[in-house]
Design a protein around this ligand. Structure first.
Ligand code: AMP
Ligand code: ZN
Length: 113
């Protein structure tokens, strides 16, 4: 499948990994929007959050466990941070493999633009 994040998960495309296990990979975003910007993905190809259902939802809980661990390691658990997943065109999704942005190290506004 021609999916850049599957290729990163397979090691075909290099990335700066910050966490890896059998099911989950976390790596630095190439174009960071904040001092901490990590992408956390399931190794299994799931297109977006809209394709999460009762058959594959366990991986999302695991990703949130990894996010909390990384937030602590990155020193942003006290200051606060944001976990974002974009879905589809209007949601701003540009890579069609489920991923969670873990962003922190500065203040964010709400609502988003
Ligand atoms: P989204 O717009 O929510 O689909 O997010 C896709 C993210 O992937 C963007 O923040 C990109 O900067 C990031 N990205 C795209 N290609 C790579 C890559 N090869 N390595 C790391 N991050 C990437
Ligand atoms: Zn994929």
């Amino acid at each position: 499948m021609d999916c850049i994040f599957c290729k990163i998960a397979d090691g075909e495309i290099p990335s700066t990994k910050v966490y890896e296990d059998d099911e989950v990979l976390a790596f630095l975003d190439l174009s960071p929007v904040s001092p901490v910007h990590i992408l956390i993905i399931p190794k299994e190809h799931i297109q977006s959050a809209y394709q999460v259902d009762c058959s594959n939802a366990d991986i999302v809980a695991k990703i949130f466990c990894v996010a909390a661990k990384l937030a602590k390691e990155q020193g942003i658990c006290e200051s606060g941070y944001r976990i974002v997943t974009n879905v589809g065109k209007s949601g701003g999704q540009t890579v069609n493999h489920l991923h969670f942005h873990l962003i922190g190290g500065r203040d964010f506004s709400w609502p988003p633009g």
